[in-house]
Design a protein around this ligand. Structure first.
Ligand SMILES: [Zn+2]
Length: 245
């Protein structure tokens, strides 16, 4: 039987409503930052747990709806196996075709609270070549702690995209993976954090590409990468906006 949002505890319904507001607002960041065209791209967020008896839930963009029409009320609610629940939206509103990949990540990485997928131009250009982005910028060391890795070639339809993301990012410092011939997926502690990673991944993909046109970028010594990552993630843990500026 399909889970009904209206039958869940009030605290869960409130958490879903707040998550829908956040996810809807964050979708506007994708076109604003030039990461998507048409209806491509998607943001999801894990609904904060409020009741041990309620299964884990995620909120994600509906499939095929234009960015101008993405309000909180059309955000789709799914269980962590990617199945839409009776969330008050019409049946015609189906979850993003990438939902299975997002759901797989939440099921297998407890620390992840947000997932973003785009086909942003420069990051996807690296993915098309199956080449990781080398860590040649201090902001890459800060944000990603090393190179941005390539994930396996995988086709939509089963859990192979999700599995490829998890297998590549588990044990990596990077919050971004470039799925080969496809594009970037990013993760974060929440959806905002994952959107930031998507914006930063595209920025460093573009900068390193341009640097390559001028010659061979200089690698950063591992000890410096480690120190930069540690400082940014820990010392600036509370003030990431300031550290980015
Ligand atoms: Zn895609």
């Amino acid at each position: 039987m399909t889970l009904s949002l209206a039958s869940l505890p009030q605290a869960t319904q409130d958490a879903v409503a707040a998550t829908r507001e956040r996810v809807a607002a964050l979708h506007a960041e994708l076109p604003r930052n030039g990461l998507v065209v048409w209806t491509a791209g998607n943001v999801s967020e894990r609904v904060p747990a409020t009741d041990p008896d309620v299964p884990g839930l995620l909120v994600i963009k509906p499939s095929g709806v234009s960015y101008d029409e993405l309000s909180a009320s059309v955000m789709v609610v799914c269980t962590l196996d990617g199945q839409k629940i009776d969330d008050g939206t019409p049946d015609s509103l189906t979850p993003s075709s990438d939902t299975a990949a997002h759901a797989y990540v939440y099921e297998h990485m407890d620390e992840v609270g947000g997932v973003v997928h785009t086909h942003s131009t420069y990051a996807t250009a690296w993915a098309a070549r199956g080449e990781e982005i080398p860590c040649v910028l201090t902001m890459m060391a800060d944000e990603f702690g090393g190179p941005i890795p390539i994930g396996p070639f995988a086709i939509i339809g089963d859990d192979s995209i999700g599995r490829g993301i998890v297998e590549t990012l588990r044990g990596s410092r990077s919050r971004a993976v470039l799925m080969q011939n496809h594009g970037p997926f990013t993760i974060g502690k929440d959806a905002k954090d994952a959107v930031k990673a998507a914006v930063m991944a595209e920025e460093v993909a573009r900068t390193v590409h341009i640097s390559r046109q001028l010659g061979e970028p200089l690698p950063i010594e591992q000890t410096h990468v480690d120190a930069l990552f540690d400082r940014y993630q820990n010392v600036y843990g509370q003030g990431e906006e300031a550290a980015t500026a």
